[in-house]
Structures are given as C-alpha cells and as structure tokens.
Design a protein around this ligand. Structure first.
Ligand code: PRP
Ligand code: MN
Ligand code: MG
Length: 181
C-alpha cells in the first residue's frame, strides 16, 4: 500500500515536539561554542533532517560537511568496524567538530567515528544526536547533546528509515509489526 499511516503503530515524537527539542539543542550549542568556529558533520543519510533543522536553528556561523559510513558485517553481531563510503571534504586540524546523528542505537558507529575524527587533530569533537536507545549505554562514549532517550522499538521518520522508506515523515513513529514481520 502507498498509505504511510497504515504502516505505523503510534507517534513517538510529533513535528512540534521535534521542533521544540531542536531549538533547545541549538540554543545550548550556540552558548557552548560562542566565539568559536564550529564545523557540523552530518552522518548520511539518517542525519539529513536533524542537520537541516539544527543548522537553521543556530544563530552562530557554522560550516557543514557530510560523511557516509557503513558497518562491516551483517546480522546482529557488529564488529564495530566501519567503512567510509564518503569522507569529509574538510581538514579537521584545529577545528571544533560537532558530529550530528539521528539516532545512537548500539553506539558502535559513533564510537568508531568519534575516534576516527579525533585522530585527525581537531581542537574538539562532540556529538549531538536526536535520539538515543538504551543499548547505547553499553558503549562508553560521551554524548554531549541528546534530544530524547527513546524506547527500544523500531523507530522511523525524520530521517530514520526501514529499508530506505519513511525518512521523509516530519514526525517520528514506531513501525507496525506487520511491516517488518
Ligand atoms: C543508522 C543511524 C545511525 C546508526 C546507529 O544508520 O542513522 O547512523 O544506524 O546505529 P548504531 O548506534 O547501532 O551504530 P544506518 O547505518 O541505518 O544508515 P542510514 O543513516 O543511511 O539509515
Ligand atoms: Mn545513519
Ligand atoms: Mg538506516
């Protein structure tokens, strides 16, 4: 069917709730990086929506760059080894870097990415994620900006996909079981 709402179990975060949270995060980031040049790095493709909205909610000058990564291996056991599909165009030496993600699930992607970026000699590397799942707590990693700690369910929308679908929703919802069963 082409009817998206039939695929959803319920709405987790409305557009209004997301907008308010993004404004809150942006205000905090503006304050924390006052007087410094910030490079925001979006992780394709899930972070596209949060990057676009967060960047527009910031009042400071920022530059934007993108990375695309993919986890090695398949199934439930991930080695945490990540392959770079598209690297940054920007030299990180001396830069203040903020990685922007839609969700931290196991935390493996981001813990690998953070140490990869740290090794390039930036002044600082911090993380901003809209959603964080409970599993992420198992990975020892400092996440400075978290929008929502979300339930351990199949979440889609606002950048988050299931088989590349549902990214375009302007809210975040849980997928109805019949879709993935
Ligand atoms: C998703 C999500 C994060 C990552 C989190 O990306 O956008 O980048 O998984 O998972 P982890 O914490 O368990 O490592 P995905 O690999 O699905 O690619 P996408 O952003 O293109 O959807
Ligand atoms: Mn992603
Ligand atoms: Mg995905």
């Amino acid at each position: 069917s082409n009817d998206v709402s039939a695929d959803l179990a319920h709405v987790l975060y409305t557009k209004e709730e997301i907008d308010a949270k993004v404004a809150e995060l942006a205000a905090q980031i503006d304050k924390d990086y006052e007087g410094r040049d910030l490079l925001v790095v979006g992780v394709l493709k899930g972070a596209v929506m949060i990057m676009a909205d967060l960047a527009r909610a910031l009042h400071s000058h920022v530059t934007m760059d993108w990375m695309a990564v993919s986890s090695y291996g398949s199934g439930t056991t991930s080695s945490g080894v990540v392959r770079i599909l598209k690297d940054l165009d920007t030299d990180l030496m001396g830069k203040h870097v903020l990685i922007v993600e839609d969700i931290i699930d196991s935390g493996l992607t981001l813990s690998w990415l953070k140490s990869n970026l740290v090794s390039r000699g930036p002044a600082s590397v911090e993380i901003c994620t809209l959603l964080r799942k409970p599993e992420a707590a198992k990975v020892k990693m400092d996440v400075k900006y978290v929008g929502f700690d979300c339930p351990n369910e199949f979440v889609v929308g606002y950048g988050l996909d299931f088989s590349e679908k549902y990214r375009n929703l302007d809210f975040i919802g849980t997928l109805a079981p019949h879709v993935y069963q």
